[in-house]
Design a binder for this molecule. Structure first.
Ligand code: TYD
Length: 143
C-alpha cells in the first residue's frame, strides 16, 4: 500500500518560516474546501470514515498527530504527521482515523470537494463493500 507524503518547500529567512500551497502545484487537485481541527480532546479518535470521491491533503501545522490509513483490502499504515511542512495525501476509498493529537495540535485539511454528507462512508462494513464493488468495476473495465 503506497503512502504519499509531500514535503513542502518552506521559505525560511531570519524572520522565520513560511509555507505557501497552491492548487495543482503543491496540492494535486483543485482546492474547494479547507478546514481544521484543534482542541481535540485527549483519547479521542477523529475521522473513522472514507469518501467515495473526495481527496485530501492533511497538514499538521502545529503539534503532532497520527493518521491510520486502511485501504479495505487488508492493508493499513500509520503515518505520523509532526512537521508543518509535511502533507499526507489521502485518496478517496481510504478509511482514515486520526488519533494521538498532541496538546495544541492543529490539523489542517485541504479537500477536493465541498462538504457533502452523501460522499461519506461512515460504516466500516459498508466501506469494505464499497471497495469490493469498485474492484469489481475495475475488473469489468479491464476486460
Ligand atoms: P465529522 O465529519 O464528524 O469530523 P471527522 O469525521 O473528520 O472527525 O465533522 C464534525 C462536524 O462538522 C459534523 O457535524 C459535520 C461538520 N462539518 C461541516 O459542517 N463541514 C465540513 O467541511 C466538515 C469536515 C464537517
Amino acid at each position: 500500500m503506497q503512502v504519499v507524503k509531500y514535503v513542502f518547500q518552506p521559505h525560511g529567512d531570519e524572520r522565520g518560516q513560511l509555507v505557501a500551497l497552491e492548487e495543482y502545484k503543491d496540492i494535486p487537485f483543485r482546492i474547494k474546501r479547507v478546514y481544521y481541527m484543534y482542541e481535540t480532546m485527549e483519547g479521542f479518535v477523529r475521522g473513522k470514515h472514507a469518501h467515495k470521491n473526495l481527496q485530501q491533503i492533511l497538514v499538521c501545522i502545529h503539534g503532532s498527530v497520527k493518521i491510520k490509513l486502511d485501504n479495505g483490502k487488508g492493508e493499513t499504515k500509520v503515518v505520523p504527521l509532526e512537521k508543518p511542512y509535511e502533507g499526507l495525501y489521502v485518496a478517496n476509498n481510504m478509511w482514515r482515523e486520526m488519533y494521538d493529537f498532541s496538546e495544541g495540535a492543529v490539523l489542517l485539511v485541504f479537500a477536493s470537494e465541498l462538504y457533502d454528507e452523501s460522499d461519506y462512508i461512515r460504516n466500516y462494513d459498508d466501506f469494505l463493500e464499497f471497495v469490493k464493488s469498485q474492484d469489481d468495476v475495475d475488473e469489468v473495465s479491464d476486460e
